[in-house]
Design a protein around this ligand. Sequence first.
Ligand SMILES: Nc1nc2c(ncn2[C@@H]2O[C@H](COP(=O)(O)OP(=O)(O)OP(=O)(O)O)[C@@H](O)[C@H]2O)c(=O)[nH]1
Length: 471
Amino acid sequence: MSVPVTVLCGELGAGKTTLLSGLLESTDREIAVLVNDVGAVNVDADLVEARTDLTTGEEVLALENGCICCSLGGELSRSVIQLWKEHEFDYLVVEASGVGEPEPIARQFVRGPAGGPYDLDAVVTVVDARRFYDRFVGDDSDERNDPPIPEPQGPDETGSRPLGDLLLEQVEFCDLLVVNKCDLVNDDERERVVALLETLQPRAEIVTTEYGALEPEALLDSERFDLETAADSAGWKQAIETDAADGDGDDAHEHDVDDSAHGHDGDGHGHSHDEHEPGHDEHEPGHDEHDHSHGDDHDPGHDESHGHGDGAHDHVHPPERYGIEVDTYHRRRPFHPERLAAFLADLPDTLVRAKGLCWIAGREKQAITASYAGSETSLEVTGRWIASFSEERQAQYRRGQPDLAWDEEWGDRETRLALIGRNIAMEDLQSRLDDCLLTDEEMESDWSAFENPAPTGMSETVTVSHGGSDS
Ligand SMILES: Nc1nc2c(ncn2[C@@H]2O[C@H](COP(=O)(O)OP(=O)(O)OP(=O)(O)O)[C@@H](O)[C@H]2O)c(=O)[nH]1
């Protein structure tokens, strides 16, 4: 019998991982998860792993070397077929990269080789209510009862399509729309968002959530996916492309087989997380199966063009088309807590997403995950630096992770962030981050004397609002 599949799409930071983590916690179904993340730091797979008993490399499978939508007939199909052969599970959830287009992914499960063992059940798009409102609905009271239908905006002055275009495509293609982050909009704003979404996508069911809290039944075995529509993919394609062509005037939506990796520096990511807090004991020393490659690199590797020279297709990858740039920030020096907080409250609008581990002075034990999306950055203690354990334990952990880069003085403490922006001055951003690092003089000072808003306890989270204060 075919294994049903739910494909989870949505804007970067809309809450896909949050929703997925909740789903995995609330169902007894044996769910395999395919996570595809953009950027060298494959944080999502790690977060999903941390919150479940699934393990990367087994049921949680991370596609680190490419975007699903570029892996047509390639890595996606191979991965899911291999997964099906080697593991027992009765449901597959694919968490698509926040910049992935749903159609080519869905098509894999309908027409590709994965269509054999799998049966596409639903395509679910998660929408960030706040961002959707701000971007598309606005605050013009004249439009209150008759929101305009946003049109894809076409190339901007740099030749890239606005990121919102991709969001619209995800909205238009799906079967279920999850309007998430409803805690960040008021009732009126929420209703206007829903009204506009209904106009854009009359076929989809729409649910509103906070932190992606949904009953598993809403996401699994819904049989929402319309196979007839899917089989007639030229129809959807036309619908989507007609809109996009308004701005593009070319065939940039043509998707053909392309296994190129892009925007990835090939290394996995790093960090062993704490294993000694209540409820977080599932990992043993050496549990971390991710790669630990620690080049102090800045890999802009996202500029590859996808011209194939045979004239058959003109695939422009979304990160390129939408002006998205992916970079990593890696430093082995701690942040000054107050300067970091001030920086996080004043992030450039061109930054779409940032996520990764931070080393913050005064928090010598805590490995803190920073996650920026939309209007806020959360700082959450997600583990402990191995260097903060006894020497005996350190040795034990390090034996299990022979590739772990280790500094004589600071051990594994470091900052490694994925930065995703649109038309962003990445160097400026990196240099502003550098300004948040401790100076040589501060390195010698008493770090515990700094005012420090960073969290201390495992899973404790501090949120910094963009342009606002801590909460
Ligand atoms: N205020 C608020 N924050 C939320 C909600 N849902 C998720 N978040 C936060 O938003 C941030 C992004 O959530 P994720 O679940 O990682 O988003 P994602 O869509 O998986 O992100 P990408 O994988 O980068 O595309 C995290 O800091 C979440 O804690 C919500 O309903 N309300």
